[in-house]
Write a protein that binds this ligand. Sequence first.
Ligand code: MD6
Ligand code: FE
Length: 202
Amino acid sequence: MSEPTLILRDVAIYKGWLDLGEQAALVTALRDVVARAPLFQPVTPTGRAMSVRMTSAGRYGWISDGQRYRYARHHPDGMAWPPIPEPVLAIWRALVSETRLPDCCLINHYTTEARMGLHQDRDEVDFSWPVLSVSLGDDALFRIGNLTRGGKTDSLWLASGDVVVMGGAARLVYHGIDRIRPGSSSLLRGGGRINLTCRVVM
Ligand code: MD6
Ligand code: FE
């Protein structure tokens, strides 16, 4: 396993893990996923539309059913989720495990106005595996807090090709995206940002 570029609040950050060619290949694979399982805009349990659009690949996908968030075997439109693209699994194999692969790869699309409030990733059953995240496209200001709401936080900019592994003591830490830096990457035509998060669900 490789050494992270930095560890911030027990979160491991691998700057520039993917080169430009690898990022472009990933985007191509993701276009295929999105063509089969279209991006949708989840509604929070309090009834507001999230600013981020999402879809998933894998055995399970992450959805909001209007009451709560949960993992489901099918897209809201009824289709099964496409398989997780091989180049995504390759990152997981290199940084997490060659034997246990993720059940879900959640795909988040941010326009330049989108953001994501501080949250924990805790809809999974098994917290012994980390969440692995990949950033593509425009830079994003990532904030990392604590195991409970509130308190001091630290922020850093995530760039296209950066990979974050949130496991162990950091698995349930609060985190979010404060803002996107428009025009900071030319990877995605039309700009914006894609974030992938791979999870073991059950
Ligand atoms: C994002 N990421 O980077 C949002 N969750 O757009 C996450 O919410 C996240 O980066 C769990 C682990 C790593 C993450
Ligand atoms: Fe998260």
